[in-house]
Design a protein around this ligand. Structure first.
Ligand code: SAH
Length: 412
């Protein structure tokens, strides 16, 4: 079944509204703009709802507090769409939100860049919904069944793009009961076997596989950090660890790096890196750079490189999320600590360390402090060049929205 056919079979959103009251603490948090209402904080509820029904939350004086999407399958029971002022949540409302999100990204859309995040979930007022743009393709990723009844409205607001691809989060993919025939990877256009899309980021060409790739196919959140690496790379040797499809590697080459080693344990990621090098082979700096790709565990590679006394001018560490929940924060911090030390082992004196964290549970201060402490312990106290966070297309409107942090520093 095609996506548009499946869309037309989804039952319309329920006309009913669920009325809710929440604890005093939750009321306070909602007033402050937090978009999540947890199941435990609900103290009164009019009726059992279905995913995607609109829930109206009333305050202790029974006045309107917020309206949001109800999801009985998640501990995040309601995702707030609007607080303070009542609103009719319909296709116009969604259209306006998407228009606002598109307008915010306008400065990013130019002849050199046509890949960026168009809708960043909660942070664009559309909690649980991510839309990434790759040239004329939009990848719509749903994280809750609550979006299913409203998907038609979302797609209607995106008609200026040629192709729409639907992705479902891992947990949503299992909730077939609520999917009404939607499947992960459905496209609005005839499927190609490869699913590879070419798009531009700061003048470089990348391919993205939105169906089989990680996330929606590319890590768009690192665009500005890659640009920073490019500016630091002239005549340098660069080690890019957790390189995925070679984003940082290509920027380093474009910036004039003479040698770039990319390490990732994923075979498809390495293959895509090699193709991305080809896609940019017309650029003279990329053509003259020496690339090496290693498909192996990054920790093992770092150990081996230490043994061989390999050294680089720039070491980039951009690992996957280490902390999925509160209880894993300490383990995550010790993994960052270890990575800093392993990275410094292969960094030349006065080389540049670029270390990132995408674990939203690990706050920026703890991360930066851990990296600094670890470098000090290794006898190489860092001189900071810059601490960076989120770009324009990844706005932050609540605490958990701030997940990306990156340190650029010189190690003596
Ligand atoms: N820096 C990348 C994004 C990194 S995402 C970019 O700019 O696009 C994290 C990557 O780490 C993924 O590609 C994943 O395959 C890889 N990975 C996770 N654990 C790893 C490990 N132990 N060794 C090597 N690669 C790993």
């Amino acid at each position: 079944m095609q996506f548009h056919e499946a869309l037309s079979q989804i039952p319309k959103p329920s006309e009913q509204r669920i009325a809710l009251r929440v604890s005093a603490e939750a009321e306070k948090i909602i007033r402050q703009g937090h978009p999540w209402v947890f199941d435990q904080s609900i103290i009164e509820q009019s009726h059992r709802g279905v995913p995607g029904e609109l829930a109206v939350i009333f305050d202790s004086k029974r006045k309107f507090l917020a309206i949001g999407l109800y999801d009985p399958t998640s501990p995040i029971r309601v995702r707030v769409l609007q607080k303070g002022k009542p609103a009719t949540i319909d296709s116009n409302w969604f259209q306006e939100k998407i228009k606002t999100a598109i307008a915010l990204r306008k400065p990013l859309n130019n002849k050199n860049t046509n890949g960026y995040r168009l809708v960043h979930g909660e942070n664009d007022g559309l909690p649980g919904l991510v839309i990434d743009r790759y040239a004329q393709t939009l990848v719509i990723k749903l994280y809750t069944p609550a979006w299913v009844p409203h998907l038609q409205d979302i797609c209607s607001a995106l008609t200026s793009f040629e192709h729409l691809i639907l992705r479902l989060s891992r947990s949503l993919n299992k909730q077939t009961k609520y999917l009404h025939g939607l499947t992960d990877g459905m496209t609005l256009t005839p499927q190609t076997t490869e699913h590879l899309i070419l798009f531009k980021e700061n003048g470089l060409t990348f391919e993205c596989d939105p169906i089989n790739g990680q996330k929606t196919g590319f890590f768009l959140d690192q665009r500005e950090n890659r640009e920073r690496v490019k500016k630091l790379s002239k005549n340098k040797s660069v080690l890019n660890l957790f390189s995925y499809t070679g984003g940082f590697s290509l920027y380093a080459a474009d910036g004039g790096a003479k040698e770039i080693v990319s390490v990732d344990f994923s075979v498809p990621a390495t293959q895509a890196t090699l193709r991305n090098i080809e896609h940019n082979g017309h650029l003279s700096n990329v053509k003259s750079a020496k690339f090496e790709t290693i498909t192996k565990d990054a920790f093992e590679v770092l150990d081996e490189m230490k043994k061989h006394n390999s050294k680089f001018d720039i070491v980039i560490l951009d690992p996957p999320m280490f902390a999925q929940n509160q209880s894993q924060i300490e383990t995550a911090l010790s993994a960052y600590r270890k990575l800093t030390q392993l990275g410094l082992n292969v960094l030349k004196p006065n080389g540049i360390l670029v270390q990132a964290s995408c674990s939203s549970r690990v706050d920026a201060d703890s991360f930066f402090e851990t990296v600094h402490k670890s470098a000090k312990e290794a006898g190489r106290p860092l001189q900071e060049i810059e601490r960076t966070g989120h770009a324009l297309d990844h706005p932050i409107t609540f605490k958990e929205g701030a997940y990306l942090k990156c340190l650029f520093a010189i190690a003596p």
